[in-house]
Write a protein that binds this ligand. Sequence first.
Ligand SMILES: NC(=O)c1ccc[n+]([C@@H]2O[C@H](COP(=O)([O-])OP(=O)(O)OC[C@H]3O[C@@H](n4cnc5c(N)ncnc54)[C@H](OP(=O)(O)O)[C@@H]3O)[C@@H](O)[C@H]2O)c1
Length: 221
Amino acid sequence: MHHETVVSVSRMRALDHHAIASGVPGRLLMEVAGHGAFRFLSRVRTSDQPITILTGGGNNAGDGFVVARYCAAAGMSCQVLAVAPVDSLPDGDTRKNASLLEAFSVPVATCDPEALVRCLADSDIVVDGLLGTGLSGDVREPYRAVISALNGSKRPVLSLDIPSGLCGDSGHVLGSAVHARWTVTFGARKQGLLIGDGPAHTGEVTVVPLPFPPDAWTTSP
Ligand SMILES: NC(=O)c1ccc[n+]([C@@H]2O[C@H](COP(=O)([O-])OP(=O)(O)OC[C@H]3O[C@@H](n4cnc5c(N)ncnc54)[C@H](OP(=O)(O)O)[C@@H]3O)[C@@H](O)[C@H]2O)c1
């Protein structure tokens, strides 16, 4: 088991690439990640208020769309607020998972300031699928404003993989970062969760194992 393994962002990317090159579809990795986060979410949920899922434009958002699908399938009320509109997403796993939500009747709205304030006010838990390990440089608008509204709302936040705005390698806050109550991290702990500003932002960290071939851990650089 690799619950205690700590990886850099590039090592994590190498593990993903190795798995995909070995025939494990990237879409399957996203499914397992999102399902694991959903299972954690259903354990810590405290009320019937809706789950709000905030998404950005990368694979971290894809994980969030999978969480939304499982919430809907389980009969939980949920809504997605997308900072990057779904029709602006490049073709790929994230977009496919966003498109699937229609069949599950999950509302996906644009994350404008008004919708954000309204949704945060009546949410149970907010899922942070804004920015993951693909973050580079200081968080830009409108993400910065969304993070600030989220932190100001005092809603309990479950961050996917890493709190948005935290550097996965150094643990430094890149301009602004989500304060999570829980972080469900995928495959292995990212080193930024454990050092720098990481521990002050992650809340309780749980690892969801991904279906990597066993040799991925020894052969990836
Ligand atoms: N197979 C899988 O399921 C799998 C594999 C690996 C990772 N993941 C998940 O996906 C995450 C990594 O995915 P990813 O590499 O696609 O990246 P990401 O963490 O989803 O972030 C990429 C997105 O963030 C934006 N971005 C980057 N820097 C920014 C900044 N400073 N301010 C505002 N926006 C910024 C990018 O926009 P621009 O391109 O416009 O800069 C892009 O839309 C992981 O944390 C994990 O959650 C899933």
